[in-house]
Design a protein around this ligand. Sequence first.
Ligand SMILES: [Zn+2]
Length: 322
Amino acid sequence: MYARAGEMMNAEYARNEKALFFYYFNNNIGQRIYTCESFDIVSHEVGHAVLDGLKPHYIESRLPETGALHESFGDITAILSLLEQLDMCEAVIAHSKGDLHSPTFFMRIGEQMGNALGFKMGLRNADNNLRIDQVTEEIHDLSRVFTGAFFDILVEMFEQEVNLNKYDPAETLFRVGKYMSALVLMAFLNGPKRDAKFRDIAKAMMDVEKDNSRKNMFKKHFDKRKIFDWSAKPKPYARPRVIEGRISVCGTYPYVHDPEFRAEIESTFQLLDMNDNGLEDEGDDFQEQVELKVSQAANGAADEWRTIEDVEHTPLLEKKDM
Ligand SMILES: [Zn+2]
C-alpha cells in the first residue's frame, strides 16, 4: 500500500504491482486531502483487489457492466466494512434514528473527496433511485445503479429483521451486514467467469438466497432498476477513461482456486442464514443454544440452515430488560 503515492485526485488498485495507490490533492480552500485517510476510499480499493482475486477476468472485460460491477463491489465493500464495526452501526442508527434512508454519512461514499468536487452526498450516493437507462456507460456512473439496488435490499432486510423488543437495532444492522457480506461474496463467486452483467450477479444473489419472500424482495429492487430488462441500456459514453486504468494489471492471488477459502465463505453464509427460527426463545439457555450452533458450525457438524440470530456477537447486545 502506497499511502502517499503522489499528487492526484485519485486512488487505484494496480494488479501488476500487487499494490494499492492512494494519492493526495489540495481542495478548493487549499487544504491537503489524503485519500488514504478515507475509510470509504481505502475499502473501495481493497474491494477491487478482492474481486480481482475472485474473478480475475472481470478487470480485463470491456463490457461497461462488468467494469461497473467492479466499481459497485468496491462501494459495497465500503458499506459492508463499515457495518463490521459495531460502533459504526450504532452511529448509523443514532444519526438516522433507525430510518436508514434518511440522509446520513452511511450512504455517502467518499464524502471528503465528494466535498472537494462540490458534491453534497459524497463522491457517490448509494441511496439513489437510478435505473440502468438513466446513467451512462462510464463505469463509476453505471455502478450507482447496482449499488443502489444493493442498498435498498440491505435497508429492507434490516427493516424486516429489526425487533426492538428483543435486540438493539445496531446489533441487528451488524448481523444483517454480516449476512449480506456472505451473500454478496457467494453471488460473485457463483457468477460467470468473465463479462458478468448486472443481471448475472442479481440472479446469483437471488439463487443464493433461499427464502422465497426475500428472493422476491431482491427481484423487486432489481426490477425497479431495470436490471432484468434486456431493452434497458445505459447511454453511450465516448471518453477513453472508461477503459483506462482497468487493463494495466495482471496476476493477483487466485483465492477462487483455494478450496479452503470457498469453504470458509460457504460456512459463514450457512452460519448466518436467517431461515431457521429455532432461536426465538430468549430464556436462560439462549446463550447455550447460540454457542452450540456456533460450535456445530465451526466443526462442520451441522448441515441444517441456521438463523441470522446465531452470530456469536448477539448475546453482547441483547436487550435483557425489555
Ligand atoms: Zn474503483
